[in-house]
Design a protein around this ligand. Structure first.
Ligand SMILES: C[S@@+](CC[C@H](N)C(=O)[O-])C[C@H]1O[C@@H](n2cnc3c(N)ncnc32)[C@H](O)[C@@H]1O
Length: 207
């Protein structure tokens, strides 16, 4: 049974989707156009990214919060997508080695317990030519007002948003250290919904 916190977070995620789409939709559309074959989305949440997937992909959702599942199923049914949901976490992906063409995460690396282990797992499950597509919010530059703000509110933010670390430093170096062959990404402020989580990294890492 999901906890009350898990249920509330799932409800919140579903009911703020429209707002996020306004800010991130175009970027996601562009990024996910590159998805192909078997796609594993880690930390799928309620499944709002599926609307941006190209036709014909096979979708696996890895999501630890059981309360998200009914929303994933509803969203997948609306889009006519057949979905395979696996209740698990990024640190221990329930997927075979080299079994997936594309891995996607959006706003997930901020919440995982172990970023490096999660990235190593993503690398493990990707096929040799596989790609990891990501859109993640990250810490603002040290010394900026935004970073000071993030440092101040981080505990409150984590408590309110399911452990999300708003000042977590994540970048290409994490992916390189996990063993990805190449990483190409850009940093962009995509703001609006919660103003202190504007800086994002958007890109792809290949095996
Ligand atoms: C902020 S939500 C983002 C949901 C969705 N990716 C989106 O962009 O709408 C973070 C998601 O990561 C999931 N999550 C948290 N810890 C995780 C972990 N260790 N492994 C995989 N997913 C995790 C949460 O359950 C939640 O669905």
């Amino acid at each position: 049974m999901p906890s009350l916190n898990q249920k509330l977070f799932a409800w919140f995620t579903e009911n703020t989707e429209e707002r996020r789409d306004k800010i991130l939709g175009e970027t996601k559309q562009h990024l996910f156009a590159r998805a192909n074959g078997t796609v594993a989305e880690i930390g799928m949440g309620t499944g709002s990214n599926m609307q941006y997937y190209p036709d014909g992909v096979k979708v696996i959702a890895v999501e630890p919060n059981e309360a998200m599942e009914r929303y994933i199923l509803e969203n997948a049914a609306e889009l006519g997508i057949e979905i395979d949901i696996r209740r698990s976490s990024a640190e221990e992906l329930p997927l075979d080695d080299e079994s997936v063409d594309t891995v996607i995460t959006t706003h997930v690396l901020c919440s995982v317990a172990d970023v490096q282990q999660s990235l190593r797992e993503i690398l493990r499950v990707l096929k040799p030519e596989g790609q990891y597509l990501f859109l993640e919010h990250v810490a603002a530059e040290q010394g900026t007002t935004l970073r000071v703000m993030q440092n101040i509110v981080r505990r409150l933010h984590a408590a309110a948003f399911n452990g999300c670390q708003c000042n977590r430093e994540i970048g290409g170096v994490n992916m390189k250290n996990a063993g990805f062959e190449s990483v190409a990404y850009r940093k962009k402020n995509l703001g609006g919904y919660l103003s202190h989580i504007k800086p994002h990294i958007i890109g792809a890492a290949t095996k």
